[in-house]
Design a protein around this ligand. Structure first.
Ligand code: FAD
Length: 526
């Protein structure tokens, strides 16, 4: 009898341990560990896996202080280790203090409350139960600071921000935000208690939790946050100027720089000021420029399935592209030309000739250079094309929603979720990052038939960015964070049972607005 499929995979934001790695990971570790010993055939464990993954995602940024892990006791290779750690029932939750000896078999959590918020609070308690001697190396202090410690900081200059969260004694928000910012430099988070009268009087704080910010230049302010929730506090601190995520080395991330030669003049690009709440036509044009002149150029000829995929892509853009007459004209001409050709095989050079020469004669052409705006990066090789390709497809999903009839008589109208299907085939066939294509295909295979396209793509884009946060492709100026941020759309965010949740209706309205025609900016465009 083969073991059932494992409930957790490498794509989940937690550590998968096995017999050869349990002891070496959890003992003598600089962080504490919370490990779920489960069995992939236990019905309760199967049900609970969703909660555990939500928890792991929720506390992903805490891992240098406390890591979340799983061991599958149904795998034959783990039989011995599960026995050695005295696991008799599934799931069994054990935690290990930082710097624990190899003989430590962990402390079993026997509480009946296994909801995300309760386990998260348990994790905070585990951390606070360490002593000065075994305190996890990278865990900041979690105890409250007093007015005697904090008030002298007012007016002082510093090389970083200091945020003080003032809260009721039984609130966990302060400690959670401290841990949420663990991987970020440029800001220190401290907590103080609502019972500290001198502090409240000096800072004029009357509601809790409140957040008070000391700026590097010595000024200080009581910050207004739309909702007094952990997610709002953490998001706001992560986006302060100069606050950056420390990067982890991760070979699993992709940036366009890996694709080799880039035709832009690297380093010489002037910075283009832009507004994050707008979508720039220049990014969309540059995406098409890159796609036609660089990505496609790696294919000497287009034939069979490739040709069909390319034709569909061009048709989709010709019908749905919302801005820029030049681009629409070019795509229409290209589309007509492709459809009129009886050939089963087209040399790439012919496509290029059409784009470059024939179009230029009629005065219709795509910009001759890459001009990233919302997709600019702090250094060459980051963002740019992949960022703009996402943007292009978000725009197309919204445009299709606004004008579904545009695809009539194209052969695409019969497909469910046509924009996503064309995108899926394009990514699979042409997108330079193979592993991105694999991930995207996996997600698409899980069902694209009856989805709301705009929401599906929004969710998928966030999934990719959750995975990439802190990896080498993360641009410190544009750290990957759940999008839209509370500052772009406060009503998109809610909290349910202590866990951040999206208000999907509001996200949908926001997508319609953000990627709609009226929010497209022509600045920097042709
Ligand atoms: P992003 O910031 O991610 O996105 C561009 C803009 O879109 C943002 O500035 C923001 O305005 C907006 N935005 C952000 N999130 C959303 C959202 N959820 N919904 C709507 N709009 C949003 N790389 C990998 O390493 N592994 C992968 O599996 C992978 N898969 C990919 C799949 C596709 C289809 C594409 C196009 C790229 C993929 N990449 C993957 C590449 C990766 O996305 C980029 O290299 C880069 O990390 C994206 O980040 P960015 O900062 O450039 O753009």
């Amino acid at each position: 009898l083969g073991a059932a499929a494992p409930l957790y995979t490498e794509d989940d934001p937690l550590v998968i341990l096995s017999s050869s790695t349990v002891t070496s990971s959890v003992s003598n570790s600089s962080s504490a560990w919370l490990v779920q010993f489960y069995s992939s055939w236990c019905g309760h464990c199967i049900q609970y896996s969703t909660t555990w993954k939500t928890l792991a995602q929720d506390v992903k940024d805490w891992q240098q202080a406390i890591s979340v892990a799983v061991v599958d006791c149904a795998q034959e290779e783990n039989f011995d280790v599960c026995k050695e750690y005295n696991v008799k029932f599934y799931p069994t939750f054990k935690y290990f203090r930082a710097h624990s000896p190899p003989t430590d078999r962990g402390t079993t959590y026997t509480g009946a409350d296994r909801r995300v918020q309760s386990v998260r609070q348990l994790m905070v308690n585990i951390l606070q139960n360490h002593t000065r001697l075994d305190w996890p190396d990278h865990c900041p202090p979690l105890d409250p600071h007093s007015s005697e410690e904090l008030l002298p900081l007012l007016g002082q200059r510093s090389n970083h921000f200091t945020a003080v969260i003032i809260e009721e004694p039984d609130s966990y928000v302060g400690r959670e935000v401290i841990l949420d910012l663990l991987q970020y430099s440029g800001v220190q988070v401290k907590r103080a208690l609502s019972s500290d009268r001198p502090l409240l009087d000096a800072l004029k704080i009357t509601t809790f939790p409140s957040i008070y910010l000391l700026h590097p230049n010595g000024t200080h302010t009581h910050l207004h946050v739309q909702k007094q929730l952990r997610f709002f506090f953490s998001s706001m601190l992560r986006t302060l100027p100069g606050v950056q995520r420390r990067l982890t080395s991760d070979s699993d991330s992709y940036s366009v720089g890996q694709m080799g030669a880039l035709p832009q003049k690297q380093g010489a690009e002037p910075w283009r000021d832009f507004n994050r709440s707008k979508v720039y036509m220049a990014d969309l044009e540059s995406a098409l420029h890159y796609l036609l002149r660089v990505e496609l150029a790696t294919h000497n000829t287009l034939e069979g399935e490739e040709l069909k995929v390319f034709k569909d892509f061009v048709t989709l853009v010709a019908k749905l592209y919302p801005g820029g007459v030049s681009v629409v004209k070019l795509m229409e001409t290209l589309s007509d030309w492709l459809l009129s050709l009886p050939l089963q095989r087209i040399p790439y050079q012919a496509v290029l000739d059409l784009v470059d020469n024939k179009m230029r004669i009629s005065g219709v052409f795509l910009g001759a250079e890459l001009r990233w705006v919302g997709c600019q990066s702090s250094r060459p090789g980051l963002r740019g094309y992949p960022c703009a390709l996402w943007t292009l497809f978000h725009v197309l999903t919204v445009q299709h929603d606004a004008t579904p009839a545009a695809l009539e008589n194209t052969g695409l109208e019969a497909e469910a979720a046509p924009v996503l299907q064309v995108m899926r085939r394009y990514i699979r066939t042409f997108f330079g990052c193979e592993q991105c294509g694999r991930h995207f295909e996996q997600a698409a295979a899980a069902g694209m038939d009856r989805v709301q396209q705009m929401l599906w793509l929004w969710n998928q884009h966030n999934m990719v960015n959750y995975r990439l946060a802190g990896s080498l492709s993360d641009d410190p100026l544009f750290p990957k964070a759940p999008w839209p941020s509370p500052s772009l759309c406060a009503s998109c965010h809610e909290e349910k049972n202590g866990v951040h949740v999206w208000n999907q209706d509001n996200v949908l309205s926001f997508l319609r607005h953000h990627y709609g025609v009226s929010n497209l900016s022509p600045k920097y465009s042709l």
